[in-house]
Write a protein that binds this ligand. Structure first.
Ligand code: EPZ
Length: 418
């Protein structure tokens, strides 16, 4: 396994290119199962999770290659199954369930099991498919789903779910009749998926609002689609500027995907401006402590909570950070404390008392965004920080050390002996 070494205390300056969004590319890849033929996806990031999804689709019979673009041919799917060995490494594998039932009338998908940040069940995905007429059985850790033809209906989510919305939107694309998703997720990645499905011939209206209407069609045709820039990668590098006293420009960027993050960071004193797809951020001389509560889009994203906590660790006062989406998304707190942060947990709220400075130390990554928060803290800490188990980081950040080195960071990868 590798570890990441960071010599902190350097103000980052320059431009960081933003990659395609992991959480947009994954549902787009799953959607390719719905329409036989060759799909072309542009701006797909080179990440561990993308390779996992690629392996999963190839296990089913798809043929794919990632050269400048990502080409995938789903004409010859012979095994509509997602095995535990692959699903256990990436929960987003559940996104193949809706497409498989829609196109093949049956699917066998491993239950994802637990995750570092919470139980993350998929009951809302399964209840939605049952409401559309699918027969769902759980056997030996697998979801066995089958339906002659899914029937359009109204599905009201009792909790906002991003991949639940995406799964059922894909399933409903080929259903008989109209499906209405109420209390649907509004994330930009949901909008991007609806746009691609419509390019493939689906009839979807309302993506990005709490009510999405899908009029089923007999079949879809393969298409070409460009993946939107990664808003969480962008937010992460915005904090890299703010936490090191630096000045960065980031592009490409859709500012409307980041309004909650931009306003919170302006609240800490950073100066941010956006013009024609480039975001510029100048760090404040002193970091103001502000409170934040995570919430589904357009609220402050849970995927930015750990990164924001690193910044608040150096705030000028006390910051209350409340995680309202996942029940266990504070694994980074114990590691940030090793770097000198003063953080106490009170249920779903972390009380972060800003300190003068952080000091480098060996720490352990536990999940994707926790590892990003440790990189950010390491960039600001005095001395050397070693981050172990950085395979978590490689799931969601393309060439992170190259991107940070290019703006002045002293960061490199080493083999981890133990
Ligand atoms: C997506 O996960 C993202 N992943 C996550 O990003 C992100 O943190 C999350 O949405 C919230 O924004 C992808 O898009 C691939 P949810 P998802 O269903 O869809 C509960 C990252 O860092 N719930 O919106 O799995 C669930 O337990 C990852 O890139 C149920 O109870 O999240 C959670 O508490 C991490 N039953 C809440 O809803 C269900 O059937 C929101 O989960 C589904 C969800």
């Amino acid at each position: 396994m590798d570890k990441l070494m960071i010599e902190g205390g350097i103000a980052l300056r320059g431009h960081i290119p933003i990659s395609g969004a992991k959480n947009a590319a994954l549902p787009l890849l799953a959607a390719s199962l719905i329409a036989p033929g060759e799909h072309t996806l542009v701006n797909v990031p080179r990440l561990r999770d993308i390779r996992t999804m690629q392996r999963l689709l190839e296990h089913m019979g798809a043929e794919s290659q990632q050269d400048e673009h990502f080409h995938i041919d789903t004409s010859r799917i012979h095994t509509p199954e997602a095995p535990y060995e692959l699903v256990k490494t990436m929960r987003a594998s559940v996104l193949v369930l809706g497409p498989l039932v829609a196109r093949f009338q049956h699917a066998k998908v491993s239950l994802p099991g637990g995750c570092a940040i919470g139980a993350r069940p998929i009951n809302l995905h399964l209840e939605g498919l049952e409401r559309m007429g699918a027969e769902i059985q759980l056997q030996h850790g697998y979801v066995m789903a089958k339906a002659k033809r899914l029937q359009g209906t109204t599905i009201t989510f009792d909790q906002i779910t991003v991949t639940g919305t995406e799964n059922l939107m894909m399933a409903a694309s080929l259903a008989d009749g109209v499906t209405v998703l109420e209390n649907a997720a509004r994330e930009p990645e949901v909008i991007a998926l609806a746009e691609y499905l419509n390019e493939m011939g689906a009839h979807i209206r309302g993506a990005g609002t709490p009510q999405i209407t899908i009029e089923g069609v007999p079949n879809l045709s393969p298409g070409t689609h460009t993946v939107i820039p990664d808003r969480i990668e962008t937010g992460t590098y915005m904090i890299a500027a703010a936490i090191t006293g630096g000045h960065l420009t980031l592009s490409p960027c859709h500012p409307e995907h980041l309004e909650a993050v931009i306003s919170k960071l302006e609240g800490t004193g950073a100066t941010i401006c956006v013009n024609d797809g480039t975001l510029e951020i100048q760090a404040a001389s002193a970091i103001r402590s502000v409170d934040v509560k995570t919430w589904p889009f357009p609220g402050f994203p849970t995927d930015m909570q750990a990164q924001f906590m690193s910044l608040m660790a150096l705030g000028d006062g006390v910051s209350l950070i409340t995680e309202q989406i996942f029940e266990n998304r504070f694994m980074h707190v114990l590691e940030l404390r090793r770097l000198g942060a003063d953080i106490n947990l009170d249920g779903r709220t972390a009380v972060v008392r800003g300190v003068e400075s952080l000091s480098g130390a060996p720490v352990m990554a536990t999940d994707l965004r926790a590892s990003a928060s440790l990189v950010l803290a390491g960039l600001a800490a005095d001395g050397l920080t070693e981050i172990r188990r950085i395979y978590h980081l490689d799931r969601g950040y393309e060439t992170i050390e190259q991107k940070l080195t290019a703006v002045g960071a002293r960061i490199w990868r080493e083999r981890d002996q133990d």
